[in-house]
Design a protein around this ligand. Structure first.
Ligand code: PLP
Length: 438
């Protein structure tokens, strides 16, 4: 393909997507296809000879589109939202157009530095303590991970490395394997599946502690769990607090959990994947009271801040602890030798390669402005309250618990089996898509 064809193909694709968004409301939110439909439609082998881009777009319309679940339909209410905006799509396109891999500063200086700047902007918008920002005097900073799952995993691996180093330094007769086998991670039984998975992947026992009746994990529960484990010779190492649980969007009290973790030398990570975006509005920041106790904090602009997947914003108080844990040297991977605080981001993440993800985040922040983003969040929350009032006005339904952020949980007064039947019927009609919570 030459640059002229690229212009034509690109413009046709943008027209197609603009039409898609203009008409998305008219589509069923769920597709009417059976498992295997696309595998049957497409050839078994890649073409030997190049085909025309027009044929590709035609197949996109005829074969791909019928199998798409429309996450950006106004009738899509399942899971949590996934961010999208025209601004972000174009930001992403610019990143794809450059096609750089920014694992170290020299591998593309702008890729690293725009990420530093964008993460400072975003951290300030959220009202995070200065210590998390690269622009402060300390060793803190932000990094864009691919997902909240990765951020939780990174936190766990760094906590593990840090705890092992600390204990071996204090007692060189200990073996690394023995310490590693006794480490324990904690979170609430309301955590997202990805948190439990971090324990599996990081080979660390992960205890799901019981949340209270409001879905919040309390400080005294955490303290009790640490004490029980210490009494058994185990070593508390990593704690994931949730700001906005997946089921009911509950907020763990950091001001209770934080002091307990700090006292016990346990790394405290915050998973605010969805609800963290709301902290750009000062009126919701009380929900992160105690954030000063936290070691790492993560939320997903790709969920609720108009940035397309993938863009998970993670801040840490001490960037050098990530470098300690993840630093593997090769002759072809020179580190940046500078007095300026410029991270070599390959040490801050699991993969080596990394995309220029800051471009879409920066584009969105510039083209919406902080006030535009706040308006977007506030509008979602007021729509949720409006919907909850509509549901409440029908006495067959109960809204429970109180709506939190953009999330409304409701059920039929008749009980779980009727509620499930209603959900199944709605799903079968494909007009609305919601999911169950317990
Ligand atoms: N944490 C919470 C609270 C979530 O709700 C989700 C997804 O819904 C995740 C983590 C996983 O996010 P990601 O897909 O970015 O890993």
């Amino acid at each position: 393909m030459d640059s002229q064809q690229f212009r034509e193909f690109g413009k046709a694709a943008i027209d197609l997507l603009a039409d898609y968004m203009d008409n998305i409301r008219d589509k069923d939110v769920l597709p009417s296809v059976e498992p295997g439909y696309l595998m049957k439609m497409l050839p078994e082998n890649a073409p030997e000879e190049p085909e025309s881009w027009k044929d590709v777009l035609q197949d996109f319309n005829q074969a791909i589109m019928p199998g798409v679940t429309h996450w950006h339909s106004p009738r899509f209410h399942a899971f949590y939202p996934t961010g999208q905006s025209f601004e972000s799509i174009v930001g992403n396109m610019l990143s794809d157009g450059l096609g750089v891999i920014g694992f170290s500063w020299i591998s593309s200086p702008a890729c690293t530095e725009l990420e530093v700047v964008s993460m400072n902007w975003l951290g300030k918008l959220l009202g995070l303590p200065e210590e998390f920002l690269n622009c402060s005097d300390g060793p803190g900073g932000g990094v864009i991970q691919g997902s909240a799952s990765e951020a939780t995993q990174v936190g766990l691996l760094v906590a593990k490395d840090k705890t092992i180093r600390r204990l071996l330094e204090a007692d060189p007769t200990l073996s690394e394997g023995d310490v590693a086998a006794r480490l324990v991670a904690y979170t609430s039984d309301q955590c997202n599946s990805s948190v439990e998975k971090a324990g599996l992947l990081g080979n660390m026992k992960m205890r799901l502690l019981k949340a209270d009746s409001n879905g919040r994990l309390r400080g005294e529960t955490v303290k009790q769990a640490f004490d029980e484990d210490i009494a058994q010779g185990l070593i508390p190492c990593y704690m994931v607090a949730n700001l906005g649980t997946t089921g009911i969007c509950a907020f763990d009290p950091l001001y209770e959990i934080g002091p307990v973790c700090n006292e016990a030398n346990v790394w405290l990570h915050v998973d605010a994947a969805y609800a963290g975006a709301a902290f750009i509005c000062p009126e919701y920041r009380h929900l992160m009271k105690g954030v000063e106790y936290v070691d790492s904090f993560d939320f997903n602009p790709h969920k609720w801040l108009l940035v397309n997947f993938d863009c998970s914003a993670m801040w840490v108080k001490r960037g050098y602890e990530l470098v300690n844990a993840f630093n593997v040297q090769r002759i072809y991977l020179t580190d940046t030798d500078t007095n300026v605080k410029v991270p070599d981001y390959r040490h801050w993440q699991m993969p080596l390669g990394r995309r220029f993800r800051a471009l879409k985040l920066w584009t969105v922040m510039r083209l919406y402005g902080a006030e535009g983003l706040r308006k977007y969040i506030r509008n979602h929350i007021s729509l949720a309250l409006h919907f909850a009032n509509l549901v409440r006005s029908d006495d067959r339904f109960l809204v429970e618990p109180e709506p939190s952020m953009g999330l409304v949980c409701f059920r039929l007064m008749d009980g779980d089996s009727t509620t499930k039947l209603l959900l199944d019927n709605l799903t079968a009609k494909k007009k609305l898509y919601m999911v169950a919570a317990t």
